[in-house]
Design a protein around this ligand. Structure first.
Ligand SMILES: [Zn+2]
Ligand SMILES: [Zn+2]
Length: 384
């Protein structure tokens, strides 16, 4: 058994030929940068959320032909020390103009091709990421299963396109066979304790992934699996029984997420009350719902399963005061993976790699001297 650090929700900005894939994502996010960055961040497995987009699929096939990536027995592809899992994010509509995102993961390129052939006629532009499906949830789930895939609800609690966040209280409202889902992704603004207050989630494994739209955000959330081998098959087995092969989730402190609490765009007010707030206490208008507020609105369980893997919250290095993007890269290159820098590396080593301010900031983080301000309305929380 080996501990495998994995971030399975990473978007592609553009293909090798320079055509865009995920429009709001950084063009620096190519397959090559993802693999390099993942290695720098101490990950062993990454999931590509746009593998079924036509240009990305062509890139992957070319990499396979050249021998840059090699198929793994049991599914997935090895690129140097990194194992790639191939996934595809879609948007599925629900009653009343709501919609949510879902991820399918597939064992190999042949399966992704089958799935892409199925999805092609159901989307407007097969080259682009996270397309809106002209099909319902049941049809999508069937297609994923028929192609040997694994279905995951993406950023499940986000009021912006998360299934519990914006569509339903139970997956059964949207899917005839909700038991076909293997896992839920918690998203940046939620953690295990929050998810468990919703009884419908109890049967699923929970995952932490970054949903990276830039190289810098790769690995800001990740899951540690305990696997007999690094492959798609081993990963799929790890999700069974609510995540029997998951050792821990590492995520951002939910408070710092962009949609943690409700926010009134008219008054600029962030909810602070210890209850779900949906309309503005000042002007009465509807607020941009926070994840915390939505979860409290639909919470129906006080059971916290003791056998769930622990959720370990951290503050991403890049959010600490005095640590800019350049310092961040330097620290990662010279000191080590993010969690080592945050928790273990000697301060002297951090000072040498990132300067006095960075060392002081990490010291304050380790000794609990930093104040965290919640995020909301699309703005990340702040650390001072
Ligand atoms: Zn999404
Ligand atoms: Zn207001």
């Amino acid at each position: 058994m080996a501990l495998v650090y994995a971030d399975l929700h990473i978007h592609i900005g553009k293909t090798k030929r320079g055509t865009p894939v995920k429009i709001p994502a950084s063009p620096a996010l190519t397959l090559e940068t993802i693999v390099k960055t993942a290695q720098l961040k101490g990950l062993q497995m990454v999931g590509i959320a746009d593998a079924a987009c036509s240009g990305v699929l062509a890139d992957l096939e070319a990499l396979l032909d050249r021998g840059t990536i090699e198929p793994v027995t049991g599914g997935g592809y090895r690129w140097g020390q990194i194992t790639l899992l191939l996934g595809s994010e879609v948007e599925i509509g629900h009653d009343g103009g709501k919609e949510a995102h879902f991820l399918g993961f597939f064992p190999n390129l042949a399966a992704v091709q089958d799935y892409a052939a199925w999805i092609g006629p159901a989307v407007t532009n097969a080259a682009l990421s996270t397309q809106r499906l002209k099909a319902d949830g049941n049809t999508w789930l069937q297609a994923v299963a028929a192609c040997g895939g694994v279905a995951v609800a993406a950023h499940a609690f986000t009021p912006h396109k998360g299934v519990y966040g914006s569509c339903v209280r139970r997956l059964g409202e949207m899917f005839a066979c909700p038991e076909q889902f293997a896992a839920l992704e918690l998203g940046l603004s939620a953690d295990t304790a929050m998810a468990q207050t919703i009884a419908d989630t109890h049967r699923y494994a929970y995952l932490a992934n970054s949903d990276a739209h830039s190289p810098a955000s790769i690995g800001r959330e990740f899951t540690v699996y305990e696997l007999p081998e690094i492959s798609f098959r081993a990963w799929r087995n790890a999700l069974r029984n609510r995540g029997q092969g998951i050792a821990a989730l590492h995520g951002m402190t939910p408070l710092l997420g962009r949609y943690h609490r409700s926010f009134c765009a008219s008054c600029g007010v962030l909810a602070a009350e210890p209850r779900a707030v949906l309309s503005c206490p000042h002007c009465g208008r509807r607020m941009i719902t926070g994840v915390w507020d939505r979860v409290h609105q639909i919470a129906d369980s006080s059971e916290q399963a003791p056998d769930r893997p622990p959720y370990k919250a951290h503050v991403p290095l890049a959010m600490l005061p005095g640590i800019g993007p350049a310092t961040c890269t330097k620290l990662l290159q010279e000191v080590g993976p993010e969690l080592d820098i945050l928790y273990h590396a000697p301060l002297e080593e951090i000072r040498r790699g990132g300067g006095l301010r960075a060392a002081a900031s990490i010291h304050r983080f380790r000794t609990g001297q930093l104040t965290l301000h919640p995020g909301g309305g699309g703005k990340y929380g702040k650390v001072t």
